[in-house]
Design a protein around this ligand. Structure first.
Ligand code: PLP
Length: 239
């Protein structure tokens, strides 16, 4: 193995141990939690190594980086997640490679995603990004819909051709009542997921937890954790 592949294998093993321990502590089966490797700012060669090491889900947050990377890795058996704030003018490009968009947070974006998914002949999974620092009906600093906006946005996704409502996503807030209380934030997301599934039973994905707080997310019931730096290393630049 190359040095880099060895490094990634070691990091993956550590993250795998953490997820397994968190599942055991929570009385959950390991298979209930899917690891998504957040490969933003890292090259396509790393995505290829991760695929060879058994990773099946990767995530990116900027279309201009993700689009060429996904094209270079089109031969790999990967599910691509888009997790960044998404402008409508990038949607046509994103639907060409993203299997799941985790940052759906406003009606205009849903309309654009639906139109471009249909045009491209693609089926795009959608997670509503929930802002827990936004107040009930506000919007988050880093994107996201307030809890009070979930029901309406979910209905819009569910009724949109080319889109599939898969569930909810959040990022632990840095401000507001949940600042520094990741476990409480993720438990709130789980409650919102339970409410969502009453109307949309198939929308059972709960994407929460990153390198620093994946244990809290698993404890709260997350089905997907999005891990970047703990697998790939501390990012050389912001992203
Ligand atoms: C970068 C990013 C992650 C991964 O963060 P790490 O702290 O590197 O694990 C997860 N989710 C989103 C939305 C991100 O932008």
């Amino acid at each position: 193995m190359t040095d880099r592949k060895t490094e990634l294998a070691e990091n993956l093993a550590k993250v795998e141990d953490r997820i397994a321990a968190a599942c055991a502590a929570a009385g959950r089966k390991r298979e209930e939690v899917t690891l998504i490797a957040v490969t933003k700012t890292y090259p396509a060669s790393d995505v290829r190594f991760l695929s060879e090491l058994g990773v099946r889900h990767v995530a990116e947050n900027k279309d201009q980086d993700a689009s060429p990377k996904a094209a270079e890795c089109a031969d790999l058996p990967l599910t691509w997640h888009f997790v960044g704030q998404l402008q409508t003018n990038k949607v046509r490009s994103v639907v060409c490679y993203a299997d799941v968009v985790q940052s759906v947070d406003r009606p205009k974006l849903v309309t654009a995603l639906s139109k471009e998914a249909v045009r491209a002949g693609r089926d795009v999974g959608c997670l509503l990004q929930v802002a827990l620092d936004a107040g009930e009906s506000g919007r988050g600093d880093r994107g996201g819909v307030g809890p009070g906006g979930i029901e309406e946005l979910a209905g819009l996704v569910a009724d949109s051709p080319g889109l599939r409502l898969d569930g909810l996503m959040t990022v632990a807030p840095l401000t507001g009542e949940y600042a520094g209380r990741e476990r409480a934030a993720f438990e709130r997301l789980m409650d919102l997921s339970t409410a969502l599934r009453r109307a949309h039973p198939a929308a059972n994905m709960v994407s929460a937890g990153m390198s620093a707080d994946l244990e809290q997310a698993v404890a709260a019931g997350a089905t997907h954790v999005r891990v970047g730096s703990a697998v790939l290393g501390v990012r050389p630049r912001l992203g």
